[in-house]
Design a protein around this ligand. Structure first.
Ligand code: APR
Ligand code: ZN
Ligand code: ZN
Length: 361
């Protein structure tokens, strides 16, 4: 029987989000219905609301979530009802050219549920990133459910579903940060903060946090930064070079998504170093760099989508490290809120007051 549940939708461009009743179908072949326990508020939800992603309103928002599998459709073997799972937006297909090259983290044909969730009048909803988890229950492809240790707090575990995984993975997967490396992270919100934490996990010897907000620099210190630079008052390229013997950092993670900060990252890295762009730019942004510098400085200029994560490999491992006290994922939960407070959480996110607000159900 299709179920009616409470959920947060964005009905029209720019309009405040609203809590309403939606219809969740029974899972079909390859699908699962998940009872959501927690879901973080991410910039991407706000971008959907503002019409910045596409025009397929109404959107069912929310995509950094954890919960319990309630029911599964025909042929589902990955999970069973009762499993504690983190939802992911990289359910790999196993057959596209990336998967066939043995690089499923770049899968070009990831799976979502086939059926649509709807409003009571039958209007089809577009779930954010194919998830839609500001809801008591949601319908996803079974491959979007990654089983992790149920000892973890859902509010913490769910964050691996997007921003925190993006930052951790930017450092440990894309940037390949290793023992003894020097790392600089430009922009220390939820994503950059996670890059700081990931760099510490990977054994970086020097971790330089850069931000324009002193509150974010304070938090970065608790996450493992060894030095901080306020780039509103200090030139970050000079400061990073000074802190690295005049050379620049081995890896610089750009977690803002702007041309100015990308240039800072480019020039703050050592020769043959790596720049990782994990901040998401907007369509009108362009970048100009002397091509001779791109050539002459060598190294690697990489982008990191979702931290180049492979959920089945990374989520259980990171949760285990967290439960062992070796990865403080709890630091990212600034506040927990109800379904009815998502609009206010957008406002606090916009003001830079939070790393993550997490809806708890
Ligand atoms: N220089 C340095 N830091 C900056 C600058 C700048 N010019 N402009 C903004 N920042 C800092 C902010 O002060 C904030 O701490 O960048 C941080 C951005 O953090 P959040 O707003 O919390 O965003 P976050 O969730 O971390 O996402 C960062 O990654 O996934 C993308 O869309 C997301 O582009 C965004 C980026
Ligand atoms: Zn694939
Ligand atoms: Zn997100």
């Amino acid at each position: 029987m299709p179920q009616q549940v409470k959920a947060v939708i964005a009905r029209a461009k720019g309009a405040p989000v609203e809590v309403t009743t939606i219809v969740v179908p029974d899972p079909g072949p390859g699908e699962a219905v998940v009872r959501i326990q927690a879901c973080g508020v991410c910039h991407t939800d706000l971008h959907y609301r503002e019409g910045g992603i596409n025009d397929e309103f109404p959107f069912l928002l929310g995509h950094e979530a954890a919960g319990i599998v309630e029911s599964v459709g025909e042929g589902v073997t990955e999970v069973v009802p009762g499993d504690f799972v983190v939802l992911n937006w990289r359910a790999v297909c196993g057959q596209c050219r990336a998967c066939r090259r043995g690089r499923p983290q770049y899968c070009f044909d990831t799976h979502n549920a086939e059926q649509k969730m709807t409003l009571l009048d039958g209007t089809e909803l577009s779930p954010a990133l194919g998830i839609g988890a500001f809801a008591e229950k949601t319908l996803v492809a079974a491959g979007q459910c990654t089983k992790v240790d149920p000892a973890a707090d859902p509010a913490v575990a769910g964050l691996l579903g997007c921003g925190v995984m993006a930052g951790l993975g930017a450092a440990i997967n894309t940037g390949n940060v290793g023992r003894g490396d020097s790392v600089a992270v430009i922009g220390c919100g939820g994503v950059g903060g996670a890059a700081v934490l990931g760099s510490r996990l990977a054994g970086a010897a020097k971790i330089i946090a850069v931000d324009i907000d002193d509150r974010k620099l304070e938090t970065a210190l608790t996450l493992g930064a060894t030095h901080t630079v306020n780039s509103r008052t200090t030139d970050p390229v000079e400061a990073i070079r000074e802190l690295t013997g005049g050379n620049g950092a081995d890896v610089v993670v750009e977690a803002v998504g702007r041309p100015e900060t990308y240039k800072q990252a480019f020039y703050a890295r050592d020769l043959a170093g790596t720049v990782v762009l994990v901040g998401v730019p907007t369509p009108e942004m362009t970048l100009e760099l002397p091509l001779l510098d791109v050539f002459g400085r060598g190294g690697a200029l990489k982008s990191s989508w979702y931290g180049d994560c492979l959920p089945s490999r990374d989520f259980p491992m990171l949760i285990d490290l967290h439960l062992q006290g070796r990865l403080d994922l709890g630091a990212f939960v600034t506040e927990t809120i109800g379904l009815d407070a998502v609009e206010q959480a957008f406002e606090r996110m916009h003001q830079g007051d939070v790393l993550r607000s997490v809806v708890v159900l």
